[in-house]
Design a protein around this ligand. Structure first.
Ligand code: SF4
Ligand code: SF4
Length: 213
């Protein structure tokens, strides 16, 4: 029968609508409003499971990926250091080639400085794959959770530059605490290994010098 599918679909909607009230009577409270999104997005939900976006938003899982951002660290004196060294790996691995980097040079020596003069991402082309973040050797580029980037004039605003892309390490920690800790621990371990290797080399050199005397 034509339209059977539509009637069936509307029946599912009606069932959830009615179940919202039945559930409230059964539990003696307004689950839709009192228990909020946590209940509505759980597997136990019986009634309506819709979210009134943009007033309400579903929690974002840690591994959610949107347009990447650049990380900077800030020391106690307020000095900000961009983690990016402009090595160019992210631009090389980016499948749609939407990253481009302006390298900076020492004006006296002409040698490259490991801090980009500018860094651009065309966010209309970015496909949120996360490869740039995966391949960055310095944990300098991270996938963001901010998905509310709609604008009226994309040609004017959707090429993000370094200024727009930079966000503090604390922000990274707040949206991806698990990954932040993993990377921070790995960095500490690497630094400790490096320090141990230097100390061992120095001790060997000192022993050699002492043997010669
Ligand atoms: S973000 Fe990472 S991979 Fe990209 S240029 Fe900077 S340091 Fe290299
Ligand atoms: S997320 Fe993917 S497409 Fe977007 S800038 Fe990174 S590598 Fe390129």
């Amino acid at each position: 029968m034509y339209g059977k599918g539509i009637i069936k679909g509307l029946g599912v909607t009606l069932k959830h609508f009615l179940d919202t009230y039945i559930d409230d009577i059964r539990m003696g409270k307004k689950r839709y409003t009192d228990e909020g999104i946590e209940y509505r997005s759980s597997k136990d939900v019986r009634g309506l499971f819709t979210v009134q976006y943009p007033e309400e938003k579903l929690p974002t899982p840690e591994e959610f990926r949107f347009v990447p951002f650049l990380v900077y660290d800030e020391d106690e004196a307020g000095v900000q250091t961009t983690r990016c060294t402009s090595c160019g790996i992210c631009a090389k691995v980016c499948p749609p080639q939407c990253i481009w980097i302006e390298r900076s040079e020492d004006p006296k020596t002409g040698r490259p400085i490991p801090d980009p003069a500018n860094f651009f991402i065309d966010i209309d082309i970015c496909m949120n794959c996360g490869l740039c973040a995966e391949f960055c050797p310095f944990d300098a580029i991270i996938m963001d959770h901010d998905y509310e980037l709609a604008v009226f004039d994309r040609f004017e605003t959707n090429i993000f530059d370094k200024e727009k892309l930079l966000k503090p390490a604390e922000y990274y920690q707040s949206i991806r605490p698990y990954n932040y800790k993993l990377q921070a621990d790995a960095r500490v371990e690497k630094e400790a290994k490096k320090a141990a290797a230097i100390a061992a080399r120095e001790a060997k050199a000192a022993a050699k010098a002492a043997a010669k005397e």
